[in-house]
Design a protein around this ligand. Structure first.
Ligand code: ADP
Length: 172
């Protein structure tokens, strides 16, 4: 199972995978951070499609095409804004990973790349978010046989090092 998870430092918009996950906001109309980078790389057709979808509640996921991205699909999920930890943030973040993985398998994706959801502008503590990301993915992959690879695309050394450390703890 560990061999189906990859931790990689880089830019998610460049990933040659079936689907990339976007850390979107509830409007699905684009924004800063990874969301802005994905919209810029995909081109304006992406916004046309996400406008029609009409939004997404926190913790859920919606699917669009990838347009000019190397990835065929974009799975848009909305992470929780960190508010101290007592507003269901952990459960909502876990739902983002579960619902995104489920959406990917429903599309028939074999390879999915994730950014570190909620840990940028939304302020979720990085190590805590990484534990949730890796545990939910591990649990999902243990029950699923169709996904071949889940790639965590870490933007910068700090995120990369955190994923490596937490993975060591979880997988040994
Ligand atoms: P959120 O609003 O969910 O916190 P952000 O986009 O602000 O989303 O940050 C989420 C994570 O995405 C951060 O770790 C940020 O460094 C990272 N990120 C930003 N641009 C990219 C990119 N092009 N590829 C992968 N990760 C990115």
């Amino acid at each position: 199972m560990r061999e189906r998870i990859e931790i990689f430092e880089g830019d998610i918009t460049k990933q040659q995978v079936d689907a990339i996950v976007n850390a979107a906001n509830t409007s699905l109309l684009g924004g800063g951070g990874v969301d802005g980078a994905i919209h810029r790389a995909a081109g304006p057709e992406l916004l046309e499609e996400t406008r029609k979808i009409g939004g997404c509640p926190t913790g859920e996921a919606r699917v669009s095409k990838g347009y000019r991205l190397p990835a065929k699909w974009v799975i848009h999920t909305v992470g929780p804004v960190w508010a101290g930890g007592n507003r269901n943030e952990d459960q909502l973040l876990a739902s983002c990973y579960r619902n995104s993985l489920k959406a990917g398998t429903e599309l028939g994706a074999k390879t999915i790349a994730f950014p570190s959801i909620s840990t940028g502008a939304y302020g979720f503590p990085l190590e805590r978010a990484t534990e949730i990301a890796l545990r939910e993915t591990k649990n999902f992959l243990e029950a699923d046989k169709s996904l071949e690879k889940v790639i965590f695309v870490c933007f910068g050394q700090k995120v990369f090092n955190t994923y490596k450390e937490v993975a060591k703890r979880i997988f040994g």
